[in-house]
Design a protein around this ligand. Sequence first.
Ligand SMILES: *Cc1c(COP(=O)(O)O)cnc(C)c1O
Length: 404
Amino acid sequence: MSEQFSVNRELFDDVMVPNYAPSAVIPVRGQGSRVWDQQNKEYVDFAGGIAVNCLGHCHPALVSALKEQGEKIWHLSNVMTNEPALRLAKKLVDSTFADKVYFANSGAESNEAALKLARRWALEVHGSDKTQIIAFKQGFHGRTFFTVTVGGQAAYSDGFGPKPGDIVHAQYNNLDSVKALISDKTCAIMIEPLQGEGGIISPTDEFIKGVRELCNEHNALLIFDEVQTGAGRLGPLYAYMDLGVTPDILTSAKGLGGGFPIGAMLTTADIAKHLKLGTHGSTYGGNPLACAVSEAVIDVINTPEVRNGVKTKAQLYIDGLNAINAKYNVFKEIRGKGLLIGAVLNDNYQGKAKDFLMAAMDEGVMTLIAGANIIRFAPSLVIPDEDIVEGLARFEKAVAKLTA
Ligand SMILES: *Cc1c(COP(=O)(O)O)cnc(C)c1O
């Protein structure tokens, strides 16, 4: 290194805005589900960059797509279209309910597009009174001002002045709370088909179907935020496919790029037509580099092998976590779906999820949390079984230390 300064954790506090508090570990290299830090210490990765690295680190198909496109053309702007974007859009349309795709660069941007489209649709089809957005407490939709206001944690949206208006929050898995709010003035309901950040909460069958019916009764659009649940994370390509409920608009990001920033909003032709020429846009959205990588992601994950692998790997986690719990009695529930798993700490360990995460890091396994009481696992969809076994053994050591 030729720098005249040390590149270490202290430098973060010197030069970065303090909105994050990253761990002391600075990873420099990854391969599959293993990661190495500056000191060459090795970790098993159960975090996947927060449910993003759905094919682990440096998957050969993604590296090759990136290199190949990197030597052709990177960026054009939306004044011109490009081949990777067209191929990716075609594959997304062919694999889902959608007829049309809009590309963005993140989850928040995809949701921003979905919300703006819903408002436009309502205005043009039903008039200027139909503006209400219903979302859910503990929901998470990103950090732009519109999406963070739709998200269900006021703490994230307070303190920035006047908020976008006519946004209300119901309770997840409580259909009556939705009924109490919905009317013909409701423009859309935005919901995660499994709450991720909010605590790994699956919808009941009755609830999610009921939400769809309420939307139908009141001519409101149903928007599924699949930023975390999509791209094969729960097993099917998108979570809606297993729920017997089809949304009107679906957003995807995180795993969609496998680690390269991209987001997408999917919808039907009838709704899409309201985002007409000039109504919305993004400089980078749909750039050839991101779309080429994402196309490779879809080619790999949208296969029976990967889908079935998610099921068997999820079972390995559940069995392993149950075995740890039988020995140390730390969890009151193991929940989630596919490879989005939450281990809920029992009453003896309330508020201690971060302690488990840090102890696990010391033992060489990266995990996530979802709130103060839940340890979250969102590994690569193709993590080798041996890495699951090894990572859980390391996690068990951390649990043993913390409970000693
Ligand atoms: C992560 C996440 C987002 C935000 O995505 P960004 O890419 O960080 O903007 C939105 N919705 C859900 C459900 C998420 O999990």
